[in-house]
Design a protein around this ligand. Structure first.
Ligand SMILES: [Zn+2]
Length: 313
C-alpha cells in the first residue's frame, strides 16, 4: 500500500498498514441495521480533509483534488481504491448520455411501525443523499444496449432495504419482464432496514420472487456488487444474478467480519469477505475495475441480446 506519501497531518498507528481500508463515511447514519459492516478499529481512516477542494484517500491517505477523484470515477489515482459512489453518479457513468429514464419517483417511505426517530433519520438521509430513498431505478442504454438499471446509494441510511427499496426494485424487474429487457443492479447496502422490522425482511422474498419471474421469462440479470454489499441484500437479490460482478476489494458478506469473529471466536483469514476472496471461493464470477465496468456490462448485454432463442416463450 502506498501510504503516508503526502500526509503528515494524521498520526496514525502502525497497525494500519497492509490492509485495504473500507471507506466508511464518517457521518454514517446511525439508523443502520445491526448487520451493517463497521470499519475495524485498525482500519479507521484519517479524517483529514485539507480544504474544501481536496480530500484524503481513505485507503492510502494521499491527498487528492476532489475534481480529479471525480474525473477518475471516484477511484484513487494513487492506489486504485474504489470510493463509494452515489446512485445518480453511478447511473451517470454507466448509462449512455441522455438515455436514462427514471421509474417510480413518487413512492414515499412511511414510518409504518412508528419507530422512534425513524422520521428524523429519513429526513437526514434525504438531505445527505438528495434522494427520496436508497435506490434509483429506471431504464437506459449501456453502449447502445437497452436495459433496466437499479443503483443503490449508501448515503441513504447505508443503503438499507426498506419497503420502498424492495418495491422499487421489484417494480423495475417487473417492468423489465414486460418490456423484455435485461436487468442490471448495482448493490451497496448494510442490509435490511431495522426501523421497518418484518416489513423490511419481506422485501427479500419480494425481490427474489420478481427475479424468479425474470428468470422464467428467460431474461438476463447482471448483479454488480459494490462496497459494501451485506445483510439482507446479499441474502436476496444481490446474489441471484445470472452473472455476478464485483468491484475490486468490495466488502461482500452477510454479517460483518467483527460479528463473525466474536461469534466463532476465531480470527478470520486475511481478505475475508473481500471481492477477491469471494471470487476465489466461487461466489463472484469476476471483478471489474470501475473504469472498465460500463464497457464490460455493455459487452455482456450485447452477447446476451442475440441468439438466446428464448424470445418465443
Ligand atoms: Zn489511495
Amino acid at each position: 500500500m502506498l501510504k503516508d506519501l503526502f500526509t503528515k497531518k494524521s498520526q496514525k498507528s502502525h497497525h494500519e498498514k497492509g490492509y485495504a481500508v473500507i471507506n466508511v463515511p464518517k457521518e454514517q447514519p446511525s439508523g443502520q441495521p445491526q448487520e451493517a459492516p463497521k470499519a475495524q478499529p485498525e482500519m479507521q481512516k484519517p479524517q483529514a480533509v485539507l480544504d474544501e477542494n481536496h480530500t484524503a484517500c481513505p485507503s492510502c491517505s494521499a491527498v487528492i483534488a476532489k475534481q480529479a477523484l471525480s474525473d477518475n470515477l471516484g477511484v484513487c489515482p494513487e492506489c486504485s481504491h474504489h470510493t463509494r459512489l452515489g446512485a445518480r453518479r453511478r447511473i451517470e457513468i454507466t448509462a449512455d448520455k441522455g438515455s436514462f429514464k427514471e421509474y417510480d419517483t413518487g413512492i414515499k417511505t412511511v414510518n409504518a411501525l412508528d419507530f422512534a426517530s425513524y422520521d428524523d433519520k429519513l429526513r437526514e438521509a434525504k438531505e445527505k443523499s438528495g434522494l427520496d430513498e436508497a435506490v434509483v431505478t429506471g431504464e437506459c442504454s449501456v453502449n447502445g444496449q437497452k436495459c433496466v438499471i437499479c443503483a443503490m446509494d449508501s448515503l441513504f441510511m447505508m443503503g438499507s432495504m426498506g419497503s420502498v427499496v424492495g418495491e422499487k426494485i421489484s417494480r423495475a424487474v417487473e417492468k423489465a419482464i414486460e418490456k423484455r429487457l435485461p436487468v442490471v443492479i448495482f448493490s451497496t447496502s448494510g442490509g435490511a432496514r431495522m426501523q421497518e422490522g418484518m416489513l423490511s425482511l419481506m422485501q427479500m422474498a419480494k425481490t427474489s420472487a420478481a427475479l424468479g419471474k425474470l428468470d422464467d421469462a428467460g431474461l438476463l440479470y447482471i448483479s454488480v456488487l459494490t462496497d459494501p454489499t451485506t445483510g439482507g441484500v446479499t441474502a436476496s437479490f444481490a446474489m441471484l444474478g445470472d452473472i455476478i460482478v464485483a468491484e475490486p476489494k468490495a466488502l461482500i458478506g452477510f454479517a460483518g467480519p467483527r460479528v463473525i469473529e466474536q461469534t466463532i471466536r476465531q480470527k478470520l483469514p486475511e481478505g475475508f469477505q473481500r471481492a477477491e476472496f469471494l471470487q476465489d471461493k466461487g461466489f463472484v464470477d469476476t471483478i471489474v475495475p470501475r473504469g472498465d465496468m460500463k464497457d464490460f456490462i455493455g459487452k455482456l448485454l450485447a452477447i446476451h441480446s442475440t441468439g438466446g432463442g428464448l424470445d418465443d416463450k
